[in-house]
Design a protein. Structure first.
Length: 243
């Protein structure tokens, strides 16, 4: 039997928001649902360290709060999936802003493998809209078993999971100028490490096809912000109450 859900017992709206999504794993569940519906097993794949019981509890709590809904997809998929409600989808800019803030930490290990959805949302968070005002690009990203379509137009970036909803039975893929198949460390190197797609393919790190110039243009539209402070910055002095 699970205990009573913890609360800050603080009547600030920010504290109430943390009551709703401040539990461990809750915002990562949101992250995995921002690009569309997911099966329970898909969520486990995106967050392999979470236990089934904890994931079930988070989903139940978030469904009760009106952040997540559960429904069955029509045939031929005919699968139960979890999806963000319209209100739940409003968490996207918060999650992206957290990514922009967290990547600046000197303790953050850049370049490590992440989930496919986390990689795609990293692109959304680090997108340079000012560098893409005249760009019109459609790029397919295939990460392990996941596929996405990234569309750049008028300084905006939209990315959808493909087939739409991440399940079989969706519509066929839209036309793309280029496609790249890679794991997340290789995609991180393409977007933030200056890796050229042609060099990456020659090194066996990835496969690409289509318009190489479009692919290079696409990966030039992302930039990591600088670290917040130097790792060797001296520690702050302790306050008298810290002793």
């Amino acid at each position: 039997m699970t205990g009573k859900k913890r609360s800050y017992e603080d009547y600030c709206a920010a504290a109430h928001a943390l009551d709703l999504v401040g539990e461990r794993w809750a915002l990562l569940v949101v992250r995995e649902l921002l690009l569309g519906p997911r099966r329970f097993t898909d969520l486990r794949t995106g967050m392999p360290a979470i236990s089934p019981n904890v994931l079930t509890q988070r989903l139940n709590d978030m469904e009760a709060a009106g952040i997540v809904k559960r429904h069955r997809l029509p045939r031929p998929a005919n699968a139960w999936v979890y999806e963000l409600t319209e209100w739940g989808k409003e968490l996207e800019p918060i999650v992206l802003r957290l990514a922009q803030w967290g990547v600046r930490s000197p303790a953050f290990e850049r370049g490590k493998a992440v989930s496919a959805d986390a990689m795609v949302l990293s692109l959304k968070a680090m997108f340079l809209s000012s560098a893409a005002l005249d760009a019109a690009l459609r790029i397919r990203l295939t990460i392990q078993a996941e596929s996405y379509l990234a569309c750049v137009s008028d300084g905006t970036l939209d990315i959808m999971r493909w087939p739409q909803g991440g399940v079989s039975g969706g519509a066929g893929p839209l036309a793309a100028q280029a496609e790249v198949q890679a794991d997340t460390p290789a995609l991180l190197a393409l977007a933030y490490g200056g890796l050229d797609p042609e060099a990456g393919q020659a090194a066996g790190m990835l496969r690409y096809q289509g318009d190489l110039a479009a692919l290079r243009h696409f990966f030039s539209l992302f930039r990591l912000p600088p670290q917040a402070m130097s790792p060797d910055m001296p520690a702050l002095h302790s306050s008298p109450g810290d002793a």
